[in-house]
Design a protein around this ligand. Structure first.
Ligand code: HSE
Length: 309
């Protein structure tokens, strides 16, 4: 095999109560990446369509992730990465994670798959770190493993794939403003009051339990963020109104997707998810702010191979 083409999906990190540890994979939104063997060792960035991103291999998250893998697993040939970048950077739905995960996945396949998908996460984290200033795997894990994932530890990478209730559908609204993860992390406090921590870990434990037991009501009670959202909400136009509109329309829960500005809602069934989308949309129509709306089942597979040659 000399070339692989793949679909690297978007994802929702944090899911309100799981800052830096919880995430799920989206279905219809994602980048198309082509990774080809080259005769010169190393990783180069070829064509990037759709977005203006660095082509310097030391500055692009995809090549940085690929180089991290090659530091551990040497190769006599090199790799070129071409990206049709459909996920806008700074949108809050895991743009850098899709690029980093896609790169290590593709290179690993062309090397004959020496690493498992779980093992690839730590290489991809090096790419993610240059985009956000901190190595965290809450977007990468669901992109590589599919479904919902929990990162028990980002330090000594320990990742658990969680089940997902079959009827869950995500609605995502992406207001067209750019919010760099680096900036939305910089405004966060480094300590949290004990009472807030207690509420947060109560909700996170309950949400994980709800995923295992398919308890939609418990899931609904658990999608709350007492720690991060209060600081980030002010960066997103009409955040609280949009979240409330989603809940009024029947969503089980709603919050900031990753570091924003996208807002996610989770609903039981496609009909409710569509209604939720209409109500969220109404807020942005009133505001005269450009936006994109996505509906997505939980993507249980993660990255998909489109073509090998
Ligand atoms: N957990 C990360 C954050 C996700 O909220 O900053 C975005 O990379």
């Amino acid at each position: 095999m000399n070339q692989i083409e793949l679909f690297a999906p978007a994802s929702v990190a944090n899911v309100s109560c799981g800052f830096d540890v919880l995430g799920f994979c989206l279905d219809p939104i994602g980048d198309i990446m082509r990774i080809s063997k080259t005769t010169t060792p190393g990783v180069i960035i070829g064509k990037i369509a759709g977005q203006d991103l660095p082509t310097d291999p030391l500055k692009n998250v995809a090549s940085v992730a690929g180089l991290a893998l090659l530091k551990e697993h040497s190769s006599e040939f090199g790799f070129q990465i071409d990206i049709d970048k459909k996920i806008k950077p700074g949108s809050g739905i895991g743009s850098s994670a899709a690029s980093a995960a896609g790169a290590v996945f593709g290179i690993n396949e062309l090397l004959g798959a020496p690493y498992s998908k779980k093992e690839l996460i730590r290489f991809a984290m090096e790419g993610e770190a240059i985009a956000s200033g901190a190595a965290h795997a809450d977007n990468l894990a669901p992109v590589l493993l599919g479904g919902f994932t929990l990162v028990r530890s980002n330090k000594i990478l320990d990742v658990i794939k969680l089940p997902n209730p079959k009827e869950l559908v995500a609605t995502i609204i992406h207001p067209k403003i750019e919010l760099k993860t680096l900036h939305s992390r910089a405004i966060l406090k480094t300590t949290i009051p004990l009472n807030k921590a207690i509420e947060q870990w109560g909700n996170l434990g309950a949400l994980v339990s709800a995923l295992y037991t398919e308890d939609y009501e418990l899931l609904s009670r658990s999608i709350q963020d007492k720690v991060i959202e209060p600081y980030r909400a002010m960066l997103i136009p009409k955040f609280e109104e949009t979240r409330q509109a989603a809940l009024n329309a029947g969503a089980l829960g709603s919050g900031i997707s990753g570091s924003g500005p996208s807002i996610f809602a989770l609903s039981k069934g496609i009909q409710v998810a569509k209604k939720v989308g209409l109500e969220m949309e109404a807020i942005y129509k009133d505001l005269d702010l450009d936006y994109q709306l996505h509906l997505s089942k939980i993507n249980t597979e993660g990255i998909k191979v489109l073509n090998r040659s």
